[in-house]
Design a binder for this molecule. Structure first.
Ligand SMILES: *Cc1c(COP(=O)(O)O)cnc(C)c1O
Length: 397
């Protein structure tokens, strides 16, 4: 039993069905590459509405394999938001690509499609027009500039990015579209499933996600050839392939084990229930925060036909200070987190690419004011009450 003074930041939503499913696997000798992952993949592909689903051991490894499939190599450019979890940009670096960070829509925090169109035009034109989009270190000749290869939008907080305009940019410039759908399982965009919108997409199953496998991820795609590449690369580059793949590169051990797959399968069968419970908690928050002037609640775009609530992130409006509110909440036992901390301001990115504060004003503003409140599908109404009362109190002082 959780007490009010020990509200966790997040919590998985597990039942006897999940425990039984994992126990059942333990009674067999097959703990990897067995029937569970196949069943989990089929169930997920059918839910996402894609031809293929390929299980991997994390969302990050899934994104890495997508970046490989998109042909990103040395110095190649990928347009992506900085207002995200760091994995969505790190996967570009694994292939020595260059993340070109595009600022976000101030309402949703998702990548701004008008800026994506402008950047793609300028970058394919090259020269002076291209330069203003490039990270300082690349612009100044620190590294060779490759080709613009892909768009990697992130569905932040479980809300789909506005992908339609980006799909037409991708078509006219011959770019791959990789959806980071790690936070958006079950969400829909204009009635279409997140994960089915681009060339490939990745869902993630860390314990704070809507669906968990402990650690794990799933790539979905409609391209037969990409699915083959993913299956080979997750398994050390093994597998029998058509001749065109015989020269393949290095593979990895990115396999998902049977225990995780069994857990995921039991969870995904409960997807609608899991999302409904999270939506209820979000609604409790919405109702209680509606009249607090210094708190801005999450904005849901008209293109979002189904929200998949991953986190509940408010904005603490100036002159109130997000950091002070966070500290005051911590004093009364309420955990909260700045979310997201912009990727381009992470020390490693500043060092390697020369990004600076001022480069992405909307992203930086959101990074300064956004605060994730405790959130999960198992949160009780009185816990939401307590968090909101404490938040209100922290702003009155
Ligand atoms: C969770 C998440 C990932 C992947 O995380 P893993 O911990 O590797 O499973 C990637 N991108 C975003 C935006 C995420 O929230």
């Amino acid at each position: 039993m959780l007490t009010l003074s020990s509200i966790p930041m997040s919590s998985p939503d597990l039942t006897d069905a999940e425990i039984a499913a994992v126990n059942q696997v333990l009674q067999t000798p097959v703990l990897s590459i067995g029937p569970q992952i196949t069943a989990f993949e089929q169930e997920l592909a059918s839910r996402a509405g894609t031809r293929h689903a390929v299980g991997v051991n994390s969302g990050t490894s899934g994104l890495h394999l997508c970046v490989i499939a998109a042909g990103v190599g040395d110095g190649d450019l990928v347009l992506t938001p900085s207002f995200s979890f760091i994995a969505s940009a790190n996967c570009i670096l694994y292939e020595r690509g260059v993340p070109v960070f595009i600022d976000v829509d101030p309402a949703t925090g998702n990548i701004n499609p008008a800026l994506v169109a402008e950047a793609a035009d300028d970058l394919s034109r090259g020269g002076k027009a291209a330069e203003r989009w490039l990270p300082r270190a690349v612009r100044d000749g620190g590294r060779p500039v490759g080709q613009l290869k892909a768009l990697l939008p992130v569905h932040a907080f479980g809300q789909p990015a506005d992908v339609d305009p980006m799909l037409s940019v991708a078509r006219s410039h011959g770019l791959a579209v990789i959806e980071d759908a790690c936070e958006a399982i079950g969400a829909t965009y204009k009635g279409r499933n997140a994960g089915s919108l681009g060339d490939a997409a990745v869902f993630a199953f860390y314990p704070n996600k809507q669906v968990t496998t402990g650690e794990g991820g799933m790539i979905v795609t409609n391209h037969d050839a990409w699915a083959d590449i993913f299956r080979s690369l997750r398994n050390q580059g093994r597998d029998v392939f058509d001749a065109w793949l015989n020269h393949t590169r290095l593979g990895y051990n990115y396999r998902m084990d049977e225990l995780s797959a069994a857990l995921g399968l039991a969870q995904i069968k409960r997807l609608d229930e899991l999302l409904a419970k999270r939506a209820q908690v979000a609604q409790w928050y919405d109702e209680r925060l509606a009249d607090i002037e210094l708190v801005e609640r999450p904005f849901i775009a008209a293109t979002t036909t189904r929200m998949s609530w991953f986190v509940y992130v408010v904005r603490i409006k100036p002159p109130a200070s997000r950091d002070e509110v966070l500290a005051r909440l911590a004093d009364v036992g309420v955990p909260s987190r700045p979310y997201f901390t912009p990727i381009h301001l992470q020390p490693f990115y500043q060092r390697q690419f020369g990004y600076q504060r001022g480069d992405l004003p909307v992203t930086e503003y959101l990074g300064d004011v956004s605060l994730a409140l405790p959130f999960s599908g198992v949160m009780r109404e009185e816990q939401v009450d307590y968090v909101c009362a404490q938040l209100r109190h922290s702003l009155e002082r």
